[in-house]
Design a protein around this ligand. Structure first.
Ligand SMILES: [Zn+2]
Length: 113
């Protein structure tokens, strides 16, 4: 069990690194390479059953798996409690709740009441 955990951690680290590289490539408008890094990251995730960390996953187009960079290949709009991200490559729209992006922090100060 413990060993498996460590392999997963390593996989997650590699996934994070690949996302960083993908983002750098995307910003330099090298989409092909960017996409390749994302593919690798997803392959690692599947191979080691490591989950792609949520903040990273939220930045992927769920249809074409492009790394979404607002202002470049993605349009972000706020609508009420939802954030709508449109992939400018394939037109896919993704909606997610706007507020609950962090894990609930019930232990913070307890200033309620
Ligand atoms: Zn897309």
């Amino acid at each position: 069990m413990k060993r498996r955990r460590r392999i997963e951690d390593l996989a997650v680290q590699r996934i994070e690194r690949l996302f960083e590289l993908a983002e750098a490539e995307a910003r330099d408008e090298r989409e092909q390479r960017s996409k390749r890094y994302i593919e690798l990251a997803r392959a690692i995730g599947m191979r080691y059953r490591a989950r792609i960390p949520k903040p990273l996953k939220m930045r992927l187009c769920k249809r074409c798996y492009a790394l979404l960079i607002p202002g470049r290949n993605a349009r972000v709009r706020l609508r009420g409690d939802y954030m709508t991200t449109t992939c400018l490559r394939c037109g896919q729209q993704m909606r997610r709740p706007y507020k609950a992006s962090r894990a609930p922090s019930s232990r913070r100060g307890g200033k309620e009441k």
